[in-house]
Design a protein around this ligand. Structure first.
Ligand code: ASP
Length: 463
């Protein structure tokens, strides 16, 4: 049992000394300050074989032209991580360092800048798995751990448990030397829940202008916060004199829980978790919108008679419009060892205490030296129920499928048929990288011993 074969404190102290000399203060991919276990890790080198690979993801994607920051950040990370792997960094080390850098960047829905839950609090989940030792660690619902992926790694390496949650997990991470910060650290100075004032006068009238004028006035992607707490996207796709077609996004991650509803004359049916719009009784459940100088004033009358109002801004003008999803990393090192990790602020505007797939081994993260290392992003409930990333490994192990076929089938047959949306990045024991997703895109990139860093959002597959 890997959990019970930990080296002594003396070895850990020696390992710390090795790493003090290699700290790279200015690099995005800073050196690992947490002592690693295992001979290769103690040596800080892993260079027996030629092949190495690293793939990263920054969440699923829906809208064009809003991912530059994440793509650029992933490209920079790959440019630093490729040489580190070539020089012998271990897969666990590189997965941890890459995810930690993404958590620190403020660019993703992980660590600093992660999306808040319905109570307005950033509540994070993360996991990491070492495919050589079949060892794993995870934290869930943490609000004060600066780097949830480092917390997960501490749980993997220093505790007999696999998953620790909530304030007790925070205390454990702090006790083991992980950085603990005030919850305010995670909130960026951009748009926050209370930044969008609620309009005093609710404007109920639909446009009565000419259709083409109305379309020009309303069409586009609008974002804002409902009821001071619930981030939403509203995509007004078409406007005719018969009404409008709108699409709702629950949260600022454009790839997240998008719910489509045919709209009559600005009446629609959506289920946003806590919010239910019911067209069976249109008089009570309506959405109305009016363009004003300040943006798009909207009012939602809910089925229960409750009314929500807000002013939405053009999505591309929102301060955090270019921030996006969950992050993940998978790697093969030059010892032939695989590792995977995932970190998130969670799906949509999740309910407090909701835990998704990202910290669940087999659903969000999995690594087995005999098959592959896999990290997922998307609607976590589906990834948990269908144990998607373990399913990919099992297809390879028991069905002798290739990584590419296994990932394709698991996403495009399993997940899609179940009604779930999302994707995975994966690397097998030979260093073959693959991506599979059923969303329009996934922010992702990879580097191997043979291929220079490559990043993309929509169509891109390694050769
Ligand atoms: N899978 C994550 C969750 O369900 C969210 C995401 O990947 O966007 O919490």
């Amino acid at each position: 049992m890997p959990k019970h074969t930990r080296p002594t404190i003396v070895l850990l102290t020696l390992a710390s000394l090795v790493f003090i000399g290699t700290a790279e203060a200015t690099s995005t991919l800073a050196a690992d300050e947490i002592p690693l276990l295992g001979k290769a890790q103690r040596d800080g080198r892993c260079a027996n074989r030629e092949a190495y690979s690293l793939a990263l993801h920054g969440g699923t994607a829906r809208f064009p032209n809003t991912y530059e920051t994440g793509v650029a950040f992933i490209k920079k990370l790959l440019a630093e991580a490729g040489p580190a792997l070539r020089e012998g960094a271990t897969s666990v080390d590189i997965v941890h360092r890459a995810i930690r850098a993404m958590e620190d960047s403020g660019v993703f829905n992980a660590g600093r800048g992660a999306r808040a839950n319905q109570a307005g609090v950033v509540e994070m989940d993360a996991s990491i798995m070492d495919g050589r030792r079949m060892n794993a660690g995870a934290v869930a619902s943490v609000k004060r751990v600066k780097n949830p992926i480092s917390g997960a790694k501490l749980v993997m390496e220093r505790s007999p448990e696999v998953l620790r949650v909530g304030p007790d997990a925070e205390d454990y991470v702090g006790y083991r030397g992980g950085a603990i910060v005030d919850p305010s650290y995670f909130r960026l100075s951009g748009l926050t829940f209370n930044d969008i004032p609620l309009p005093k006068d609710i404007l109920m009238a639909p446009p009565n202008a000419e259709t083409s004028q109305a379309a020009a006035t309303y069409s586009g992607i609008w974002g804002g916060v409902l009821n001071g707490a619930i981030p939403i996207l509203l995509i007004v796709e078409t406007v005719t004199d018969q009404g409008a077609r709108v699409v709702f996004g629950n949260g600022f991650d454009p790839g997240s829980n998008i719910l489509e509803g045919a709209a009559g004359r600005y009446e629609a049916r959506f289920d946003l978790g806590a919010l239910v719009f019911d067209v069976d009784n249109p008089a009570k459940a309506q959405m109305r919108a009016r363009r004003t100088e300040d943006g798009l004033d909207v009012v939602f009358n809910l089925a229960n008679g409750f009314r929500l109002t807000t002013t939405l801004q053009k999505f591309e003008e929102l301060p955090n419009a270019d921030r996006h999803g969950t992050v993940g990393a998978v790697a093969l090192d030059r010892c032939g060892n695989l590792a995977a990790g995932t970190s998130t602020g969670g799906f949509g505007s999740k309910k407090p205490g909701r835990v998704g797939d990202s910290p669940i081994i087999g659903a969000g993260t999995y690594a087995d030296n005999g098959t592959a290392a896999i990290s997922s992003t998307g609607h976590g409930e589906y990834f948990m129920i269908h144990v998607i990333v373990h399913d990919i490994s099992a297809r390879m192990k028991y069905g002798q499928q290739s990584l590419k076929d296994a990932a394709y089938d698991s996403i495009h047959r399993g997940l899609t048929r179940a009604g779930g949306r999302g994707g995975v990045i994966a690397v097998d024991k030979n260093g073959t990288v693959t991506f599979a997703f059923n969303t329009p895109g996934m922010v992702r990139g990879f580097v191997t011993h043979q291929e220079a860093p490559s990043v993309g959002v929509y169509k891109m597959q390694p050769r």
